[in-house]
Ligand binder design. Structure first.
Ligand SMILES: N[C@@H](CCC(=O)N[C@@H](CS)C(=O)NCC(=O)O)C(=O)O
Length: 205
C-alpha cells in the first residue's frame, strides 16, 4: 500500500500516525501545519477543501476526517485491529462516531480551558458546561469497558479503541477519569502500546 499522511503530529494527524504504526505500514509523513502556511494553502485545499489536517492519500484515494481514515485503513489492511465482519464494522463505526459527537468537543474544551490556556484566557462557564456534558458519555464508556473485559469491540484492541482513546486523550490533564477505573486501565493500556509510543514520540512532548 502507498500511504501519505498530511498533518503535524501535534494535530489530529496523530491518530493516523498511530494507526499506521499499529498496522506496520510504511508511510510518508508530510508535515503540514495549520493555517496559511499549511492547511489553507491552495495545494493542500485540493486535498482537503475544509482546510484542516489530517488528510491522507491511500493508494491514490484522498481521504480526510481522521477517524474515517483509520476505519478505512483498518478495513483495507485487515488483521486483529480491523472488523472481522460487517457486524463488527458497524460497532467500530458506531464507537468512532460516538467519540466525535459525544466526547471530542467537550473533552477538547476541558483541555484548553482547564489546562492549556492561561487563567485569564479561560472560559470557566464553557469549562463547567463541558465537564457536565462529559458525565453521561464517560459513564457509558466506563460501564461498557467494565462489562466487556476492557475493550470496545470483539474482546481485543481494535481501531475502535484507538479512535476513542485518541479523543479521551484530551482529558489527560484533567481529573475526570479519577473515578473511572475501567477507562483509566483501558486508556493507559492503549497509550502504552509500542505503536502508540512510537507515534506520540513524534509530538515531541
Ligand atoms: N473532524 C476533523 C477535524 C480536523 C481539524 O479540525 N483539524 C485541526 C487540527 S487538529 C485543524 O486543521 N485546524 C486548523 C483550522 O481549522 O484551520 C478530523 O477529525 O480530521
Amino acid at each position: 500500500m502507498k500511504l501519505t499522511i498530511y498533518g503535524i503530529a501535534r494535530s489530529r494527524a496523530i491518530r493516523n500516525l498511530w494507526m499506521a504504526e499499529e498496522l506496520g505500514l510504511a508511510y510518508q509523513h508530510v508535515q503540514t501545519v495549520y493555517g496559511p502556511e499549511g492547511s489553507r494553502k491552495p495545494d493542500f485545499l485540493k486535498l482537503n477543501p475544509n482546510g484542516r489536517v489530517p488528510a491522507a492519500d491511500v493508494d491514490g484515494v484522498i481521504l480526510w476526517e481522521s477517524l474515517a481514515i483509520n476505519l478505512h485503513l483498518a478495513k483495507k489492511v485487515g488483521g486483529s485491529l480491523s472488523p472481522k465482519d460487517v457486524d463488527e464494522d458497524g460497532l467500530m463505526t458506531m464507537w468512532s462516531m460516538w467519540a466525535v459527537t459525544e466526547v471530542e468537543t467537550p473533552a477538547l474544551a476541558v483541555l484548553t480551558h482547564g489546562s492549556l490556556k492561561s487563567e485569564a484566557e479561560r472560559d470557566n462557564a464553557l469549562l463547567a458546561k463541558s465537564i457536565e456534558a462529559l458525565k453521561a458519555p464517560l459513564a457509558v464508556l466506563e460501564a461498557h469497558l467494565a462489562a466487556h473485559s476492557g475493550h470496545l469491540v470483539g474482546g481485543r484492541f481494535t481501531v475502535a479503541d484507538l479512535n476513542v482513546a485518541a479523543c479521551v486523550f484530551y482529558l489527560r490533564l484533567s481529573n475526570l477519569l479519577a473515578d473511572k477505573p475501567a477507562i483509566t486501565a483501558w486508556y493507559t493500556g492503549a497509550m502504552e502500546r509500542p505503536a502508540a509510543k512510537k507515534a506520540f514520540a513524534l509530538r515531541g512532548d
